[in-house]
Design a protein around this ligand. Structure first.
Ligand code: MCA
Ligand code: AMP
Length: 503
């Protein structure tokens, strides 16, 4: 095998006229046509001088073309670096600079903002729009629909996914071909995916869930995807009858349950519903079963590790738990201070080891060493407890993290910006309960003596720097922040204070 990731996920289909994607408007795209487009992209990326290991940063709308860039990177041995389409130019600048990307692909709307950034970073800027148009597509179009796959090994890097950090600086998680492949194989088996599966795909494809979980499994199994540009309740309900499986964040499930058209009849033919990326309330699990007769299969993963645990396909899917370690994944609950393994039933830090665990953070050896032990165990920052039957529950987080609608938001990044604003002495950002997104962002400010910070002006300023989903939904001013005797801000006390305010 010359290139394990490409050959296993993509190359196996290169002569296949079977449908890969169902697209809006009733169009379909076959595996062979998809791979022909990917080969043209691989040809162009190589023609412009990229060589194996170079990074390709991509901030484009969800489309077959966007997925073909992923395939092209695998085929040409390049590192695929997808970015949230909601990121501002300021945020993108950091990723391009930090990764040293050789090429940046964006859509027409972002182009003028990214020109100076690409120039400063010495990256080539090309456009690729959601409808498939753009300079990248134009330049690739005349090239052959075949490309000689570049030889790679399982240890070679396939993707960087940036994850924010508790220090406020994003870190590029380096994922190898072997990381992605091992998880794809494990999950395809665990969840019994076959060529007969049609996955209803409404997740974004710049994160692990929509890209490596949903897409890699479908590719490996040779199935099909109903590829929706985003979650849209009407579309989900319209397309459900054609699907066999669906994957989503908890917000997908609560939104579906909130619609009277989502009935037992609509889902009777479905084989599997998977949830992850954020905690699924046990109450949602129960309501879903009452309404549809299906028990949602909840699993647990991270950008750095892909999927770690899953409820069983056969056997009891236990509400409020994330199931058992997947085959090949070792999991232990440890004391956060000493690292010692705790007795079964105790609450502690979740640590995982296996072929799924990433290779470290790009050019951040110290950060890597803090989280990835020398024996290969990764310290997840999640707090867990294993019950007598071996089911893992996630009971909290040791890391300061907010998960809103499945997107991770690190308070520190927002606090650093708030602290710079006029009249602000200090700030604390917390997650407060939100009926739709699970959690949403609240910014608590303390004013400088005699100052009266202008909250509207601060909100407007943040919108230039931060993606919309990270922006506080509300800012409040307190006379002081609660602190413990060591002077550390007590976020738990703040969360309790604002828990019932209903944002
Ligand atoms: C959109 N908005 C959000 C979010 N999404 N605000 C906070 N949190 C969000 N997640 C903003 C919009 O910009 C808009 O701003 C307003 O909220 C309302 O947007 P709405 O139309 O309701 O949102 P939407 O477009 O329907 O999106 C909601 C969504 C989406 C469907 C839940 O966020 C989504 O697809 N989330 C999935 C994220 C995901 O794939 N996570 C996996 C990470 P305005 O107020 O200006 O109108 S991978 C991972 O976590 C690990 C590895 C794992 O285990 O999977
Ligand atoms: P990310 O950094 O986007 O990869 O997010 C990973 C984090 O999402 C994990 O560390 C958990 O805190 C959270 N997460 C993922 N799946 C679940 C789940 N099923 N239940 C609770 N939290 C989850």
């Amino acid at each position: 095998m010359t290139n394990p990731l490409y050959d296993t996920l993509f190359g196996q289909h290169d002569q296949s006229s079977a449908v890969f994607l169902h697209l809006p408007g009733g169009k379909t795209l076959s595996y062979a046509d998809f791979l022909g487009m990917a080969a043209q992209y691989a040809g162009y990326l190589t023609q412009i001088g990229l060589t194996p290991g170079d990074r390709v940063a991509v901030q484009i709308e969800k489309s077959p073309q966007a997925l073909a860039v992923y395939a092209a990177c695998a085929q040409a041995g390049l590192v695929f670096l997808p970015l949230n389409t909601a990121y501002t130019a300021e945020e993108v600048a950091y990723f391009v600079e930090n990764s040293g990307a050789g090429v940046v692909l964006c859509d027409d709307r972002k182009h003028s903002d990214l020109v100076p950034i690409a120039r400063r970073c010495g990256a080539r800027l090309e456009t690729l729009n959601g409808d498939g148009s753009g300079s990248f597509a134009q330049h690739s179009e005349p090239l052959p629909q075949t490309f000689e796959t570049v030889t790679r090994s399982e240890d070679d890097l396939a993707a960087f996914l940036y994850t924010s950090g508790t220090t406020g600086r994003s870190k590029g998680a380096m994922l190898s071909q072997g990381n992605l492949l091992s998880n794809a194989r494990t999950l395809t088996n665990a969840w019994q995916f076959t060529p007969a599966d049609i996955l209803l795909h409404a997740l974004p494809i710049f994160h692990t869930h929509g890209l490596f979980v949903a897409t890699n499994i479908t590719l490996l199994a040779g199935g099909q995807m109903i590829f929706l540009p985003k979650f849209d309740l009407d579309q989900m309900i319209k397309e459900m009858p054609r699907a066999t499986t669906m994957m989503g964040v908890p917000t997908f499930y609560t939104r579906l349950l909130g619609d009277a058209r989502f009935t037992k009849e609509l889902t009777a033919h479905m084989r599997l519903f998977v949830s992850g990326s954020a905690p699924l309330l046990a109450e949602t699990h129960v309501q879903f079963e009452d309404r549809t007769g299906h028990r949602i299969l909840e699993r647990y993963g991270m950008t750095e590790t892909n999927m770690n645990t899953s409820n069983p396909y056969d056997g009891e899917r236990r509400a409020g738990t994330v199931g058992f370690p997947l085959p090949g994944v070792e999991l232990k609950i440890t004391d956060s201070q000493t690292g010692a393994t705790l007795p079964q039933g105790d609450i502690g830090e979740i640590e995982v080891r296996g072929p799924n665990v990433f290779k470290g953070y790009w050019q951040m050896p110290e950060k890597t060493a803090e989280e990835l032990r020398s024996d290969g165990f990764f310290i997840t920052g999640d707090l867990g407890q294993i019950d007598a039957d071996g089911y893992l529950s996630i009971v909290g987080r040791s890391k300061d993290l907010i998960i809103s609608g499945g997107y991770n938001i690190y308070p520190k990044e927002i606090e650093l910006l708030l602290d710079e604003q006029e009249g602000v002495l200090e700030s604390a950002v917390i997650g407060v309960p939100h009926a739709d997104f699970g959690e949403s962002v609240l910014g608590v400010l303390v004013a400088m003596p005699g100052a009266a910070p202008d909250l509207d002006q601060i909100t407007a300023k943040l919108s230039k720097s931060l993606a919309r989903f990270k922006q506080p939904r509300k800012l409040v001013i307190l006379p002081e922040l609660p602190r413990n005797t060591m002077g550390k801000v007590q976020k738990k006390a703040l969360r309790e204070q604002f828990a019932t305010t209903g944002w």
